[in-house]
Design a protein around this ligand. Structure first.
Ligand code: BDP
Length: 593
């Protein structure tokens, strides 16, 4: 009864919001709270912003717990809940000129030359708080040194002041070379006393205006960014220097393991994080967290888990997930990402991590995320960061109800269950029409939208060229990463090491990732590798076609504007899936003629 009532309240609330914003979109749980809820503080509860809901009474130890609990009540939750992770952080790859690296939903909500849109940032904060997100990195990991100048620190303070009531701490990405790049010192060597002092002073300057500042995120010695290697130092030297500067203020350093092309240039790219970091385990300060992408390459539609998570047993670790769909159709494809993230958690136990970061898909577009269904990925990220045990299905159901409404007796609930099915199948469909059987990184150069399996540019690093990732010829396809090949399988823990190493036991979804396979080899279906590729590419296209049929059926139940906007993208996705299939099958098929 209560949950039904909440759902109805929620729906009305969403409609009201939609009308107000004239964009037809409901950003879950935005707007006024119902007034018939009783709130109680209970100082005996664990100190972690959790809550207990009993009927219409919310009990928590902290004000934030009460806020989270009220949102949970609106979702129809009952009982007690505590956040699994202390750090639930969005990473915005926003540049100071307002552009967003890998952003597909308009310009930055934080940065451009005009003054802050405080109302907009507050709405963002509410949406984040409603799903438990409690931190945000405000700028791109490819960080401008200017971020640390007085002008921008002042702006960060303004943003922090707006986010604070919603329990959201701000963090900044920093450029490791800042003291030198800003012309203040001649070096950025982490062991140089002047450099260490520069960072201490910088930390003091920040904390003087933002006392609850969260800390720094760092991309160092990767893709051309400066770092400790520039001075013959290690990642630990670099991270510890920043950690020491932040420590007196309670700040943390999130140091990224997404590195390649520096110290281990020439080595199989998927091995380089372990090569660079494993030997440093145990050398990091206790306020350093190593932040690693879920897979060892780069946010592909499907990757095996990143083995770095197995290697760092004495170092705190966070997973970095990509909410923005750089490699999964950007803002044009309906792809629900929770199943991909749950797949990751099935290999890397949530207990191994101290937090989760998600590369945001948020911009100035009226619907925030470009594609209405991409909002579901922002939502799912927050919900999984709160509780990684939630199922993809439950999260999608919650999102659908809050977005399109719910009435258990109506046609709408039938449509919602069909849309749920679409969402749950969408990631596998994307893998099928883009890169099945362990294929990876065969995207067009630079912008990564669309297929280019034959891509090669002599003036580009080889690990940016699609041909490097499948190495197809007339006999075989795939990369031999077994113990007799590049040895990437040896970085995995058992039983995966043996399983992936052997072509007969390697799961077919990773086959071409770990093995070089003759086109004529028969797979479990009885089909050859070539036939199996065709089967998957065709299945992906058929799946998207079936999603489009369901979307047509949903038309009477969805407001006109949102239906139309999704419809346009759905048509594009159908065409794009065909393009992927046709280009890839033409290209790979050409080796077999
Ligand atoms: C890749 C993106 C690039 C990012 C990089 C990173 O293409 O824009 O800067 O990852 O994570 O996925 O640092």
């Amino acid at each position: 009864m209560n949950s039904l009532k909440s759902a109805v309240i929620l729906f009305l609330l969403c409609l009201a919001t939609a009308a107000r914003s004239e964009d037809g979109s409901c950003l879950w749980l935005r707007g006024e709270m119902p007034t018939d809820i009783t709130l109680q503080i209970d100082s005996t509860m664990p100190d972690d912003d959790g809550y207990r809901i009993n009927g219409r009474t919310v009990t928590a130890r902290t004000q934030m717990g009460l806020l989270y609990g009220r949102y949970a009540l609106l979702r129809g939750e009952q009982g007690e809940s505590h956040p699994f992770y202390r750090l639930r952080i969005l990473n915005h790859w926003d540049n100071l000129d307002g552009s967003i690296e890998r952003g597909y939903a308009g310009a930055s909500i934080f940065w451009d030359n005009s003054s802050l849109d405080a109302q907009l940032i507050q709405r963002y904060a509410e949406a984040c708080a409603s799903i438990g997100i409690n931190g945000t990195v405000l700028n791109n990991v490819n960080a401008s040194p200017k971020m640390l100048t007085r002008k921008y620190i002042k702006k960060v303070k303004e943003i922090a002041d707006i986010l604070r009531p919603w329990g959201i701490k701000v963090y900044l990405s920093v450029n490791f070379g800042s003291p030198k790049a800003l012309g203040e010192l001649k070096t950025a060597d982490p062991l140089d006393p002047q450099v260490r002092q520069w960072w201490q002073k910088k930390a003091e300057e920040i904390y003087a205006v933002i006392p609850d500042f969260g800390g720094f995120l760092v991309k160092a010695n990767s893709e051309g960014q400066p770092g400790p290697f520039d001075y013959g130092r290690t990642h630990a030297d670099g991270a510890n220097m920043l950690a020491d500067a932040l420590k007196p203020h309670g700040g943390i350093v999130m140091w990224r393991s997404f590195v390649y092309g520096a110290k281990h240039q020439g080595e199989d790219r998927v091995k380089q994080a372990v090569s660079e970091f494993a030997e440093l385990d145990g050398q990091f300060r206790d306020n350093v967290i190593l932040q690693s992408k879920n897979g060892p390459l780069d946010f592909q539609p499907r990757e095996p888990y990143a083995p770095i998570f197995d290697h760092m047993t004495k170092t705190a670790q966070m997973a970095e997930l990509q909410i923005t769909q750089e490699y999964l159709g950007q803002s044009k494809h309906l792809v629900y990402l929770a199943p991909m993230w749950k797949e990751f958690f099935s290999f890397v136990s949530p207990e191994r991590l101290v937090g989760i970061a998600g590369v945001a898909n948020i911009g100035l577009d009226t619907n925030w995320c470009g594609h209405h269904f991409s909002q579901a990925n922002w939502y799912a990220f927050g919900r999984l960061a709160w509780n990684p045990m939630l199922s993809s299905e439950q999260i999608a159901e919650e999102w659908l109800t809050q977005t399109f409404g719910n009435d258990s007796n109506s046609q709408l609930s039938i449509i919602n269950s069909q849309l749920l099915d679409v969402m749950l199948r969408s990631r596998e469909a994307c893998v099928d029409y883009m890169m099945p059987l362990g294929l990876h990184h065969i995207f067009k150069f630079d912008h990564h939208m669309g297929p280019d399996p034959g891509g090669f540019k002599a003036n580009y690093p080889i690990e940016w060229c699609p041909v490097y990732y499948h190495r197809a010829n007339k006999d075989s396809i795939g990369v031999d990463r077994s113990s007799t090949g590049t040895g990437a399988t040896t970085q995995y823990r058992e039983p995966y090491r043996s399983q992936y190493d052997n072509i007969d036991t390697c799961p077919e979804q990773y086959l071409l990732w770990f093995h070089r396979v003759p086109w004529t080899r028969r797979l479990s279906s009885g089909r050859t590798v070539w036939e199996e590729l065709q089967y998957h590419y065709n299945r992906g296209v058929e799946e998207v076609d079936s999603f489009a049929v369901i979307w047509q059926e949903a038309k009477p139940f969805i407001d006109k504007q949102r239906w139309q906007e999704v419809e346009e993208r759905m048509e594009f996705q159908q065409k794009d899936a065909r393009l992927w299939r046709d280009v890839c099958l033409d290209y790979f098929g050409s080796f077999l003629k």
